[in-house]
Ligand binder design. Sequence first.
Ligand code: ATP
Length: 248
Amino acid sequence: MKSVNVRNMEIAFGETRVLKDVCFDVEPGECFGLVGESGSGKSTVLRCLSLLLSVWGGEVKIGGTSVRDMATPERCRTLQMVFQDPYGSLHPRHSVRTTLSESLIVNRLDNHQERMEQVLTDVGLPIDFLDRYPHQLSGGQRQRVAIARALILEPDVLLLDEPTSALDVSVQAEILNLLARLRAEKGFTYIMVSHDLAVVDHMCERFAVMQAGRIVEILPREAIPGNGATDPYARELIGASLEYERAV
Ligand SMILES: Nc1ncnc2c1ncn2[C@@H]1O[C@H](COP(=O)(O)OP(=O)(O)OP(=O)(O)O)[C@@H](O)[C@H]1O
């Protein structure tokens, strides 16, 4: 299990400063949430962390090593990302076998068939799904394949960018339960972006509230039910979510 330490992360697109002095620490094996209004910079934090965006200021350490000091194969085996949209993130003409074996080939791992069968079993899919294509899968099954693709390199840290928000409500709980089970079994550290505080309450030990590129408060999940936030924006966000839940 590995810790994640983010220090003074900042990035600008043109003249617009999108992240400003973002700092947080995630314990080994913890699930840490990022919440906040649309455009506050949550996904950008994950994209900087994973070096999908490379030109940013500050430092990220995973298990004490700076992500910038890791060679690409080491970084891929340390940190993987699962995206919101399982339709967009899988290549439509690649079978599940091709999708999973690509990472194994690039990272020069052996025992492909055994690893692919194990990872499909881990995400609760039958082994004969290896020969299916994305259009032959439901939304939930596609997201399971996307999770399998992230898991097959046996990373320490998973970055989850709204992993259930593109799915039907009935499937969301299944995927969240799968992610919770995998964390318990494999000791992953999760950083999870969500706009849904009920999901954060279910999954995360702590969460950061972001507004306009800054973290305004870091709270334990226990702060949600009684709205224990002190920052005015964080109080407003939690208050609105509690009100919504009472109304539905
Ligand atoms: N490559 C880019 N070029 C220019 N601006 C960008 C780029 N990527 C993100 N932004 C801007 O940065 C800001 C933060 O975007 P980001 O996607 O991180 O927000 P978010 O909090 O994840 O929002 P949402 O909840 O809607 O996904 C937005 O104003 C967005 O338009």
